[in-house]
Design a protein. Structure first.
Length: 190
């Protein structure tokens, strides 16, 4: 028996790529979607977040449980066809985990991460400089400078999602999703 192993660098395996489709929202750059929708935050993100906040903030394991794969695939197709017409109300999509799964899939499939590599590097440097030891005002200043370096659609979408995650954490006694649990579930897709 002869066995050969070849190792591929993890970064190569997780490389994000632009969608080969001609239209849709999954796999397209934020600036393209924002321009087409004439909105600073993509409609898919807004619809999902608003529905999650309307009826899912107290759901145990919010963002941790993936939801039905068949239903997610169906909804993805609807969003790619016409985000405006998609109905994710409780009557049409009773499982909130399908909606959180759609949002995570969307963020994961952005050709450029929501938090760009440049900002990620800035966050690493800030952490090395022990930002946590600085006064709150100094921390806010560092974060504000980092955020200002993001492209507008990324910054607006990130702020929108971070505000949503604050609402999720406010219900952590019900949903069991504190900052650490949310970071485990969402950091890889952002």
């Amino acid at each position: 028996v002869h066995v050969e192993l070849e190792f591929t660098e993890l970064k190569t395996l997780l490389k994000r790529v632009q969608s080969s489709k001609k239209s849709g929202v999954f796999g397209f750059r934020l600036n393209v979607t924002s321009e087409l929708e004439q909105s600073s935050v993509p409609l898919l993100v807004r619809k999902c977040v608003l529905e999650i906040e309307k009826r899912g903030l107290e759901s145990v394991g919010l963002y941790r449980i993936s939801g039905n794969a068949r239903r997610k695939k169906e909804l993805r197709g609807f969003f790619d066809e016409n985000s405006e017409a998609v109905d994710i109300s409780e009557e049409n999509c009773p499982d909130i985990n399908v909606i959180t799964g759609i949002l995570k899939d969307y963020l994961r499939e952005l050709p450029e991460p929501l938090i760009t590599e440049k900002m990620t590097e800035g966050l690493r440097k800030a952490a090395k400089n022990e930002i946590q030891d600085k006064k709150v005002d100094e921390q806010k200043q560092v974060m504000s400078e980092l955020l200002s370096g993001l492209p507008d659609p990324n910054r607006h979408t990130l702020v929108f999602i971070l505000n949503h995650l604050r609402h999720v954490m406010e219900k952590k006694e019900f949903n069991k999703m504190d900052a650490r649990n949310l970071s485990v579930c969402l950091a890889p897709v952002m």
